[in-house]
Design a protein around this ligand. Structure first.
Ligand code: FES
Length: 266
């Protein structure tokens, strides 16, 4: 992951690319590499790209996918097949032409603490895959992953190869611990930890309980439907304690307290 220069400067660019590889990870997920035409793209973990099939108007909107890794001109993504757009993307062969807009959003900063806990629900792990190579060596990383269970073994195995410390949780108890990743996180965090989360909306508020454990630095990456990805349409706006924010440009990474800490509704 390239940390040189200032990847946050300037608006996201519209780029052309083509699929260099596409591999299923079990029945639910796809790991895809996309080769960009022209210059490589500087991006950091937590930033995302809007991706769509070139020349196809239905679906019209690009699918926001978090960047997993980049190597030269090839960007890697993970996605869950969950609708028409991703189902179509999953069936495209190597060489298929795509349009990309990005990198969008702010991405994750360098952690402040030496102990970093990354909490993810299924594909929420995507923005965290590049974190071990992004952070300085002083940072010890533990990933806490939650999956539904049976059928997710290939995905879990793939994720486990990318973190030296990873705790697995499953809803049905068939893989790792029986339970959800937020409960598991509460078992291990304390004052010395920094926590970053990318979990389903229903778990986001509960993740704030890490504050009760003395952990005072909690960042969350929010998922929202995106249209423009450049801050122009306001379609991804949320209400925060410091006013309205657009997830695509002000986020997707926010301080948990900024989003959930006040009496406002997001
Ligand atoms: S997607 Fe248009 S403002 Fe965020």
């Amino acid at each position: 992951m390239d940390r040189s220069g200032d990847p946050m400067k300037g608006p996201p660019a519209d780029r052309r690319g083509s699929i260099s590889f596409s591999r299923p990870l079990g029945d639910h997920c796809v790991h895809m590499g996309i080769e960009l035409e022209g210059l490589s793209s500087k991006a950091i973990p937590g930033q995302f790209f809007l991706i769509r099939e070139r020349g196809v108007l239905d679906p019209l909107l690009g699918r926001p996918l978090a960047l997993v890794a980049s190597e030269g001109n090839v960007l890697e993504f993970l996605f869950r097949v969950s609708g028409r757009g991703t189902a179509r993307l999953a069936t495209l062969p190597p060489g298929a032409a795509l349009e990309l807009r990005g990198p969008c959003g702010n991405g994750f900063p360098e952690p402040v603490r030496n102990e970093l806990v990354l909490v993810a629900g299924t594909l929420g792990i995507a923005p965290f895959i590049g974190i071990p190579s992004f952070c300085s060596e002083r940072v010890r990383i533990t990933a806490v992953l939650g999956v539904p269970g049976k059928g997710w073994e290939p995905f879990v195995e793939w994720c486990s190869e990318r973190f030296t410390g990873i705790r697995i949780n499953s809803d049905d108890g068939s893989i790792g611990r029986h339970g959800d990743p937020v409960e598991d996180t509460l078992l291990i965090v304390g004052q010395r930890h920094e926590v970053w989360g990318c979990v389903p909306e229903a778990m986001l508020r509960g993740l704030g309980r890490v504050h009760e454990k003395g952990c005072d630095r909690l960042l969350v990456s929010l998922e929202k439907r995106m249209a423009c990805g450049t801050g122009g349409c306001l379609g991804c706006s949320i209400r925060t304690g410091s006013g309205s924010k657009r997830v695509c440009v002000d986020g997707p990474v926010f301080e948990w307290r900024q989003v959930f800490g006040g009496s406002h509704e997001i």
